[in-house]
Structure formats: C-alpha cells, structure tokens
Design a protein around this ligand. Structure first.
Ligand code: KG4
Ligand code: ZN
Length: 342
C-alpha cells in the first residue's frame, strides 16, 4: 500500500510517500520532499509561529506536487493519508491537517492522524535491510521540542520511561549556539565547532538527577555555559574561535554523556533487544559514536538518512502505515475519515 505523510508541525513543510511490503516490515520511501524554513527563521534566531504558518501555507501544495512527481504517482494511487496532528505549533499544524482533511475527503481515502514523536520513532523503519526491528526496543527521542526515553514493546505501544524536566536536548543545542553566536539551528553548528575543540578545557556539569532517574535536565548546563561566556566577555571583551570551539566541545560532551548513559541503562533494565535513536539530535555523530561504543549486545539503529532525522513527511507516513495496519488488524475496520482532533 502507498501512504502519503504530511508534516507541518514546526519549521519544515514536508510530504513523504511510503510503500509497505507484504514480506517484511521494512518500509520503502518512494519520495520525501522537505521545504525547510531555516533561512527564514535565521533572520530572527528562532521560529516565529505566525511566520512559520504562513510559509507552510505557501509551500504545502508545491511540496505535495513535487513529492508525487518524484514518486511518479498520481494522487489517485495513494491508499491513505497520514498527517501530524501534534505536538507542534497550532497554526502550523492547521495547514497540514487542513490539506490532509481535504485530500481524504476528495479522494475518499482514510485519514490517519499521527503523533509527531511516533513519526520520529518510525523513521527507523524506513529503507532498512536485513532483519526488521525486534521488540522490546528502548528509544531515545531527542529534538528541539521533545526529549524522551521510550520503551516500545510492540508497534505503537509506547511507555515513557523518562523525559526532559526543562529544555529538550535540541533546544539546549539551539540556545547554547545562540550564546556562542553560532546561529540557528544550533545542533549542526555546535557539532561542527566541537570537532575543533577540546571537551576537557572548560569543564561543564552533567545533570544525572536522582539515582536511577531516566529524566533529563539541560537548563543547569545552559546556565553554566552562560556563566563561562559572560566571564570570558568580561575578561577579553570577545569570544575567540578557540574558546567557542572548546565550549561547544565541552557542552556536546556533557549532553552526549548523559543521553547515552541513560539510554544504555534503560535498555539493560528493560531487557531491550534494540536501542534506537530518533529526532533531530539523532543526526549528531558524536552521540551516535558514544552509543555505538557502549551498545554491545544490543542492535543499535538510527535513521538511514540524515533527512529522516529531522522533521519530514516520510516518518509520518511510516508511523501512519503501522497505525493503519494495527487498527485494521484489531477492529477489522479502516480508520474513518473524520475531522482531526487537535
Ligand atoms: O526533530 P526536529 O527537526 O524538530 C523538532 O521536532 O524539534 O529537531 C530539530 C532539532 C534542533 O534543535 C536542532 O538543533 C537539532 O535538532 N539538531 C541537532 C543536529 N541536527 C539537528 N542537534 C545536534 N546535532 C546535530 N547534528
Ligand atoms: Zn520533530
């Protein structure tokens, strides 16, 4: 079957088309088109919701048209439409859900409202080969808007083991990048600067929280960065490239240390077969390397392509495909076309 996924929850307008197979659980991406708003939001150093929503409205139809063209498909060939219903910016979500609702009504095809974080998690089912993921799986989701440790015992069976108490990891990357004047989005900029820095020159704290806690907290780390940056400015009047690189390396090392250690501890405690990384921060190669080094005995997966790490329509189509399958399997009915609950 062919699933079309629409994602407009934050600053990417994206449509992906996914095909499932009858002989294994891997999903094939037929096309994934992303119109990034990053250059627009660089002007303000972050996302302004009204600006984002207007841009989604401009890009929605061109992105949809291009995704169909790249997959060499007409709309009539699509079997179901999945769309991000939340969490996200309300006015941005409305653009995607309105488009999905309209397509579902015109084409008389099922509409599958999909959770954005479930979408990130299902990015790990796209374009793989060999044995498909085996449960139980412990997933670390780390993005700009969310950060959780999730136990997945089956498809769409999610139990939250822990979550951020304040900033999400990606948000911390973005805020620290702003303090270091590295621009938006912060994750890739910090990763690049960290490659030339020494993580031991400027020691920064690690928030382990209570013993055995699977929660995260990055606001103390952010404040610690603010303190060293302020002290440096008072002393030297500017931030040298070497200082910026060292702070970036030290900050990244603190985040990676906490994320990877808690992920591995949870995987061991819950007898996971696999460890998965999902969300924008899963693009971070230092995080991937740290987990790879610690993940002996577990199958470790992260999205096959960088484009599946950050927000994209293919992951929404992937989550929608499994949701559709489960609902049909359990109830024998297809998900009705209906107004989307937001
Ligand atoms: O999943 P995503 O596209 O949007 C949300 O759902 O929030 O994630 C975006 C976040 C941003 O905070 C960005 O700085 C971070 O992912 N990010 C990274 C990297 N690439 C993107 N963080 C660390 N290292 C990266 N290479
Ligand atoms: Zn996201």
């Amino acid at each position: 079957m062919l699933y079309l996924g629409i994602e407009t929850s934050c600053d990417e307008t994206s449509v992906g088309i996914i095909e499932n197979s009858s002989h294994n659980e891997w999903l094939t991406c037929r096309s994934c088109v992303i119109a990034s708003q990053i250059p627009l939001h660089q002007l303000t150093g972050g996302v302004v919701p009204e600006v984002a929503a207007r841009e989604h409205a401009l890009k929605m139809i061109p992105v949809l048209t291009e995704a169909l063209k790249k997959a060499s498909l007409s709309l009539e060939k699509i079997d179901a439409i999945a769309v991000t219903q939340g969490p996200g910016l309300l006015s941005s979500l409305l653009v995607g859900t309105t488009c999905a609702n309209t397509l579902s009504t015109i084409l008389q095809k099922p509409l599958i409202p999909t959770n954005h974080i479930a979408g990130h998690i299902y990015a790990n089912w796209i374009d793989g080969n060999g044995t498909a993921p085996q449960f139980p799986i412990v997933v670390l989701t780390a993005s700009g808007g969310h950060n959780e440790l999730v136990l997945m015992r089956d498809h769409h069976d999610f139990a939250e083991l822990g979550a951020t108490l304040d900033d999400a990891a990606g948000e911390a990357f973005d805020k620290v990048a702003r303090l270091l004047e590295l621009g938006y989005p912060g994750g890739p900029a910090i990763e690049k600067a960290a490659k030339n820095g020494n993580p031991h020159t400027i020691p920064l704290p690690r928030a382990w929280l209570e013993k055995n806690s699977y929660d995260f907290s990055f606001s103390g780390l952010k404040t610690a960065v603010l303190r060293v940056v302020t002290a440096e400015l008072e002393k030297n009047g500017q931030l040298s490239p070497a200082f910026v690189n060292d702070v970036a390396a030290s900050f990244q090392s603190s985040v990676v240390d906490v994320l990877s250690t808690k992920l591995l501890r949870a995987a061991t405690a819950y007898n996971a077969k696999e460890i998965h990384l999902a969300g924008g921060v899963s693009a971070n190669t230092a995080l991937r390397s740290a987990i790879t080094a610690k993940a002996q005995g577990f199958t470790f997966r992260f999205p096959q392509k960088m484009m599946y790490c950050t927000d994209n329509g293919a992951m929404i189509a992937a989550a929608g495909a499994f949701l559709h399958k489960i609902k049909q399997f359990h109830s024998g009915i297809t998900i009705p076309r209906s107004s989307l609950p937001l």
